[in-house]
Design a protein around this ligand. Structure first.
Ligand code: UN1
Length: 513
């Protein structure tokens, strides 16, 4: 942690170094076992956090539910002011937090900063939204009656987030939940607990400066068992979970079992369709960034390229050549494009995918492999690989969270490409590279892409926060972040008011006494 000013960054974020003890985050209820966080960058122990036990969880929930009772009474624009201050603190901590994200998770420093920028952006979005939480006014069928709807605060929002976006996804949820008057209990990934502590420390400072209850933002570190307490808890009306489809199915069933609400943002199997008149340069940049950015560990990462046969060789050669330019190494060093995978288990999955694609009849175009030697001591650095494959291969149907890109051909009409693109269980992100208006519109039409995100002349990853983010099918159907995603964080109430001295019944029903 001595390189790239990392010790200073950790100190700024209130994280105790290895020899100084353990961190809990400013929430006081953590007396469980220790969780050690090792960096995939250099394999070193960064720091340890104390996890929350079941008894700690109970105290956290009491703090959260008590905080909700007062927070919901604060006018929404005033809650917006708190989120504005949080955004300001994030601006001040952007460098330190971006570095921690890069060091603990392994994404490039540019992407680490980008992630903090997403947090700042959603705060700005939420501040404006805090004056726009409006419902509709309807015309009543009864004379002298007024009917309208309003949105009220929901309660405790449980947030389960993944290692790959260890800070931004939490902020997408909290910034909206807070302006809506909800309080949040966050279970970060076990692989990135320090990012959780750092975020908690930043918001705790804002709450303290404003004399607000700390239960507005709670952190519970630990393994899936602590997450289970959250998903089973009837005091938590909404669970927002981001991660694998496997995890999402368990969470969805548990939450549905108690008729709670869940917002799921799960796996993707994202493709770019490359049409006969695609711009090759844009296609290469979009596809390569999509496939190797965050070392292929975004839920929006590009996994498949569906290329028209007339363009196939040209695109293939250009992409293969671009892979030759990639620099793999310490992500904190800005000259590197690709950092490590999160851990050795991920490396194992990557290796298995490459073995499997060959076993199923695929052809390797860019050789993969695990890097070793100086700078690669963590054992988590792998070479981004490309294979020619068929869409129906089992491995292609599966989301491998690693930089493995599958190339496939289509012939004839764009409809054939769309069919391949939709021919997977997941439905998060999709893209088409075309200068042909008819093709672009067909791709965006009701008979086009079945994904929650469909882009034209842009890659599959790197969505802005202003749009609703999420997808269909096994991606889970939830929408986070922009547009009207805030509505899931509130409860809707229809109000009808009679200002006459009569009591007419709806549907013309007569009832006289
Ligand atoms: C994720 O991978 O879980 O669209 C989120 C993107 C980012 C968010 C990804 N803005 O790639």
């Amino acid at each position: 942690a001595t390189q790239f000013g990392m010790n200073e960054a950790l100190a700024q974020l209130g994280i105790k170094a290895v020899n100084e003890g353990t961190s809990t985050g400013t929430q006081h209820f953590a007396s469980g076992s220790l969780l050690e966080s090792y960096s995939p960058v250099d394999g070193q122990l960064i720091a340890s956090v104390t996890t929350s036990s079941a008894a700690d969880y109970e105290k956290v929930m009491q703090t959260a539910t008590a905080a909700f009772k007062t927070f919901r009474l604060m006018p929404a624009p005033q809650r917006g002011e708190i989120v504005r201050q949080f955004g300001e603190k994030l601006r001040k901590n952007k460098e330190a937090l971006g570095k921690l994200v890069s060091y603990e998770m392994g994404k490039s420093l540019q992407e680490g900063y980008g992630e903090v920028q997403e947090m700042i952006d959603i705060c700005d979005f939420a501040v404006g939204l805090s004056r726009q939480l409006h419902g509709l006014t309807m015309h009543s069928e009864r004379p002298g009656h007024r009917m309208y709807e309003q949105y009220h605060s929901l309660g405790v929002v449980g947030i389960i987030s993944a290692f790959n976006f260890p800070v931004a996804v939490w902020a997408w949820n909290t910034a909206l939940a807070w302006i809506c008057g909800d309080v949040c209990v966050w279970k970060p990934s076990e692989k990135t607990p320090l990012c959780g502590v750092a975020c908690q420390n930043i918001i705790a400072e804002v709450l303290k400066e404003n004399n607000l209850p700390e239960g507005i933002s709670c952190l519970i570190n630990g393994d899936y068992t602590i997450g289970e307490l959250l998903t089973k808890d009837t005091r938590v009306p909404l669970i927002s979970a981001t991660g694998s489809t496997r995890m999402g199915k368990i969470v969805a069933q548990t939450v549905a079992g108690r008729l709670g609400k869940s917002l799921l943002e799960l796996g993707g199997n994202n493709a770019i369709i490359v049409t006969p008149d695609a711009d090759i340069k844009m296609t290469v940049i979009g596809a390569v960034f999509g496939a190797v950015g965050t070392a292929g560990q975004r839920c929006t990462s590009t996994r498949r390229l569906i290329i028209h046969e007339s363009m196939y060789d040209k695109v293939k050669d250009a992409i293969v050549a671009a892979y030759g330019q990639l620099r793999i190494g310490n992500p904190l060093d800005e000259k590197n494009h690709v950092g490590p995978l999160i851990d050795k288990q991920a490396v194992e999955m990557y290796n298995q995918a490459l073995t499997k694609v060959v076993a199923e009849g695929g052809k390797i175009l860019v050789e993969g492999g695990v890097l070793s030697g100086e700078g690669y001591e963590s054992g988590c650095y792998v070479k981004p690989a490309i294979a020619e494959a068929k869409n129906n291969f089992e491995i292609v149907q599966h989301e491998t969270f690693a930089p493995v890109l599958y190339l496939m051909k289509y012939s004839g009409d764009v409809e054939n490409a769309i069919e391949i693109q939709n021919g997977v269980a997941q439905g998060l992100s999709s893209a088409i590279m075309t200068n042909n208006l008819r093709e672009a519109e067909r791709f965006l039409s009701v008979a086009g892409s079945d994904c929650g995100i469909a882009n034209v002349n842009i890659g599959t990853s790197g969505a802005e926060i202003g749009g609703a983010f999420g997808g269909e099918k096994e991606t889970g159907g939830g929408r986070e972040s922009g547009s009207d995603a805030w509505k899931v964080y509130m409860r809707r109430q229809t109000n009808t008011i009679n200002y006459t001295t009569n009591l007419p019944l709806a549907q013309g029903i007569k009832f006289d006494l």
